[in-house]
Design a protein around this ligand. Structure first.
Ligand code: ASP
Length: 450
């Protein structure tokens, strides 16, 4: 029995939905279908989720909401018309989109999430109706009915572990269930979404809850490549990855799968496969606990930009008990998370993502650190990228770092910082952002082309 999730680009038009119908029909094990909101039909199109954000903003600011309502309703209507879906589903969808503008604004911390979730929710209704009219005994299930109960953290929900037991009851239903991705309900019944792209998380949760044999995640690429195809010409595709390798790659910019989507499937030992809606016969990339093919130290190279390093130096830092704790305490008090912390004898660097920093926060950090710790040097280094080479088998190979560093040296790229976790699943190089692409090319060539 399989859980199958379709991303927005697979659901953007009637042509795509016809492929989806055929994929679901071609395998009776595909019993649980998790869907995103309609995505872009072409590069200039707008995702329904983004249109809902614009609608929300207009509503909250007291602006004219009608053009937004009209555009979103017309988007579903055109899919319905092209598919020839009849019945009451389209009027349900239109009423639901319109009714968002009746929600309370004042003090409603779930308003934004409720607007956004409407994209997935209405798409699931539409797809269930389409399936039912085309030979699949299908049923739309709201996350509340499915038992997806989440923490009350707007736009960043987490599943309450007790939900799994409830989700398991879905196994007793005999229809093909169409479940909207991206959101759950809180214990008090509020709509609360996962972070953006979170339909992948729903798929994984359902797969874990029903103890699926496989979680199939359908998108618009033939699986995962060893490096970004926009940077490397025809990179090799990866047939199999471990959960840990995927987690590392997803962290550093492989956006094919949401990085929080692995955990539920991993804990429940459900293998995952990334497949292409436009090429469903391609085997895709399988994500498993143990790879069947081993031996190559590096499976993929990922890079992500927009990092800042807070560099702190103080003579005899190593003798000052509690220095590191005090630095981290200041960050914690300001609500800032850090990503990495490479250190020297008398210096430490805290790597943070730019999106969690503002000018005010940087000033507050500088001020508080200077007052508390009197460092000799304290400065923020901007425009940094992280480059990760990933592979579980690295721990059995000597010289992987040397090989990568050599490639970077030959390409004239300075390594700003370097870090490797004890699990040896990845090695991280920090380079200047304007050298990120050249660094990927150099390392790809070293590990995959020579
Ligand atoms: N529709 C949501 C987004 O665009 C969630 C998803 O597609 O997974 O972020």
């Amino acid at each position: 029995m399989k859980v199958i999730k379709f991303g927005g680009s697979s659901l953007a038009s009637a042509t795509q939905l016809t492929k989806v119908l055929n994929i679901v029909k071609s395998d009776s094990a595909r019993r649980f279908v998790v869907v995103s909101a309609p995505g872009k039909r072409d590069a200039n199109d707008t995702k329904v989720t983004d249109a809902l954000i614009a609608y929300y903003t207009a509503y909250k600011n007291g602006e004219d909401i009608r053009p937004h309502q009209k555009w979103i309703i017309a988007r579903y209507q055109s899919i319905c018309d092209e598919l020839g879906v009849t019945g009451t589903v389209m009027s349900d969808i239109a009423a639901d989109i319109t009714a968002l503008a009746d929600l309370t604004i004042e003090g409603n911390q779930f308003l934004y999430d409720t607007f956004l979730a409407a994209g997935e929710n209405n798409n699931a209704k539409l797809i269930a109706a389409y399936f039912s009219e085309n030979g699949i005994k299908a049923r739309y299930i709201h996350p509340k009915e499915a038992g997806i109960i989440v923490s009350a953290e707007p736009s960043n929900a987490r599943l309450l572990p007790s939900s799994y037991e409830k989700i398991n009851y879905l196994n007793t239903l005999d229809e093909t269930l169409v479940i909207p991705g991206f959101f759950g309900v809180t214990e008090t019944g509020e709509i609360c979404t996962f972070s953006r792209g979170g339909s992948d998380i729903t798929g994984s949760i359902i797969a874990a809850g029903v103890h699926a044999d496989l979680y199939e995640n359908f998108t618009d690429v033939d699986g995962i490549y060893a490096a970004h195809p926009g940077i490397i010409n025809k990179p090799s595709s990866i047939a199999e990855l471990t959960y840990r390798e995927m987690r590392e790659l997803a962290y550093a910019g492989f956006s094919v799968l949401h990085d929080e989507a692995l955990l539920p499937a991993y804990r429940a030992s459900v293998p995952l496969v990334i497949k292409n809606t436009n090429n469903p016969d391609h085997p895709g990339t399988k994500i498993v606990a143990k790879r069947s093919v081993t031996g190559h130290p590096v499976v993929g190279i990922a890079a992500d930009g927009d990092f800042t390093s807070l560099n702190i130096s103080k003579y005899l830092m190593n003798r000052e008990v509690g220095f590191g704790r005090k630095v981290l305490q200041i960050l914690e008090n300001l609500g800032i998370r850090f990503e990495h912390m490479p250190t020297g004898i008398d210096d430490m660097s805290i790597i943070m993502r730019n999106r969690y920093l503002t000018d005010e926060l940087e000033q507050a950090i500088s001020h508080q650190l200077t007052e508390t710790l009197q460092p000799d040097v304290l400065h923020f280094e901007k425009d940094l990228s992280i480059l990760m080479i990933v592979g579980e088998d690295m721990n059995e190979h000597i010289g992987v770092t040397a090989h990568a560093a050599n490639a970077l040296a030959k390409a004239g790229i300075n390594i700003e910082m370097l870090s490797q976790g004890s699990s040896e699943v990845s090695i991280m190089f920090i380079v200047k952002s304007d050298q990120e692409k050249a660094a990927i090319k150099a390392i790809y060539q070293a590990f995959f082309e020579s």
